[in-house]
Ligand binder design. Sequence first.
Ligand SMILES: Nc1nc2c([nH]c(=O)n2[C@H]2C[C@H](O)[C@@H](COP(=O)(O)OP(=O)(O)OP(=O)(O)O)O2)c(=O)[nH]1
Ligand SMILES: [Mg+2]
Length: 136
Amino acid sequence: MGESVVKHIHVAVGVILGPDGRILLAKRPDHLHMGGRWEFPGGKVEDDESIQQAMTRELKEELDIQVEAMKPLIEVRHDYGDKQVFLDTWFVTRFSGKERGVEGQELAWVSVSELSDFRFPDANQPIVEALLERLG
Ligand SMILES: Nc1nc2c([nH]c(=O)n2[C@H]2C[C@H](O)[C@@H](COP(=O)(O)OP(=O)(O)OP(=O)(O)O)O2)c(=O)[nH]1
Ligand SMILES: [Mg+2]
């Protein structure tokens, strides 16, 4: 197969903004790809879904919150070698419900200036930079 047909996995990535401007991070379970790193919650977009539907489903499944408003932040394509991802990254500007780690994952609300203290998957660097630029 030629390199030009590499298929990126489409991932809905949510930068969830709290009322005080902090951002919600979750720790990826150790056994998963990029396990032990902190992430912006989200997951794979299924074939028949819009990005909004996927974000709503994933954040309900992972955090038990209901997405009420979202707006685009940045699109990141990254090649992990064994896996290529397309991180379709959106601000979640409004949600209802009280977040909890449904799958037992650790959660943290962090300010933009604290983001550099957390270890993210390698693909996330442009997202963190965009946040520093937009909110920092
Ligand atoms: N959610 C999320 N995924 C990320 C981030 N950075 C990054 O490289 N990824 C990668 C890791 C995975 O290879 C992929 C997302 O997969 P996932 O494991 O969250 O997918 P999912 O929630 O649908 O879970 P699954 O049941 O299909 O395993 O994107 C990030 O900040 N958030
Ligand atoms: Mg996920």
